[in-house]
Design a protein around this ligand. Sequence first.
Ligand SMILES: NC(=O)c1ccc[n+]([C@@H]2O[C@H](COP(=O)([O-])OP(=O)(O)OC[C@H]3O[C@@H](n4cnc5c(N)ncnc54)[C@H](O)[C@@H]3O)[C@@H](O)[C@H]2O)c1
Length: 364
Amino acid sequence: MPIVSPSSAHKFVGRVCIGLGSDSAEAHLVADQLVGANLAGHDSHGIGMLPSYVAGAVSGHLKVNQFPKITTDAGSLVVFDGQSGFGQVNGYEAMKEGIERARQFGVAIVGLRNSYHIGRIGHWAEQCAQAKMVSVHFVNVIGHTPLVAPHGGAESRFGTNPFCAAVPGRGDEPAALLDMATSIIAGGKARVAYNKGDRVPMGTVIDSAGQLSDDPAPVMRLMNNAPDAGALVAFGEHKGSGLAIMCELLSAALLGGETSQPENARDSKIINNMLSLIIDPSATGEYAAFSDEVDKYLAYIAETKPRNDTKEVLLPGQPEAKARIARAQGFDVDAVTVDQLSAAALAAGIDGATTQDLLGITMQ
Ligand SMILES: NC(=O)c1ccc[n+]([C@@H]2O[C@H](COP(=O)([O-])OP(=O)(O)OC[C@H]3O[C@@H](n4cnc5c(N)ncnc54)[C@H](O)[C@@H]3O)[C@@H](O)[C@H]2O)c1
């Protein structure tokens, strides 16, 4: 199995972004988030996303060196237009401003519309948690064919619309971080499985005949705008489907962004809109009591006796913390993704033949 060195991957992503015309600060933010997603165990949102960013920049859908522009400023409510720029810059700047306003007002509601892909949403909740802020994020995904069917439907109608919430911990890491697509599996997980020749869990996909399936191919066809496509299934039946719809209404319709309804353009791009609530727990005047209660509550949950078919009971965010330990020295990448990264590097003006070396790949 080819293993990628995290520091080499970081340099590789940065170099490709610079090849696209990004300045070094932008290249650094993109590399931080993509490699960070791999390290957190989310290959679906790691360096494997880079080829789609290169395609976006080449087609002009993704604009390098943009900065989010404030379009509404009502003090504790601020809305940014991401101007189709890198989501890694838009997300970082929007959270930075939101954290400052939450310090000032106790709470900030931050809208970010029309941003290119903002990647792993937990990254933004972690930025808030490092600043000792609670945060809640509703996100929609548009710009391409919708991937997910509403509950009971056989056709896709909306994106994998993630929901995320986090509570700060004693150190830099959140005490708890729930970060999830509202489809049972994220679209990128179907891509990773397809690239590896794997199946996805049964019932996470609907095929073109309207049957529940474990084949990622219908989702790949959907991503490629093929006519005989299927759809991803929303998690939690009517409840997850309802949350996905609310993500779309709150993150997009409320902020002047686009929902997945068909009058809005569908090209081959990945646009996110995000509504973030950032709350300063110290504004309640009870920060010490809050932290104590969080610790006691989470310890109580963590010590639950596991079910017969389960080894351990984890808290939201613990799988990512464990992955960071397991992957600190390197993470695996499949051959198809390496080929896609080579092609992307070539398109960004870097010699594709050296991608293996640039990624610091070793066989283990
Ligand atoms: N930007 C976008 O457009 C977009 C769209 C969809 C998803 N995403 C991202 O995709 C990533 C993957 O999403 P996902 O839904 O596949 O995540 P997932 O199913 O792996 O995890 C979802 C959540 O459940 C927790 N979790 C996982 N296993 C657990 C267990 N056994 N016990 C307790 N908690 C557990 C995780 O800590 C996480 O908070 C997320 O980071 C999300 O933000 C981004």
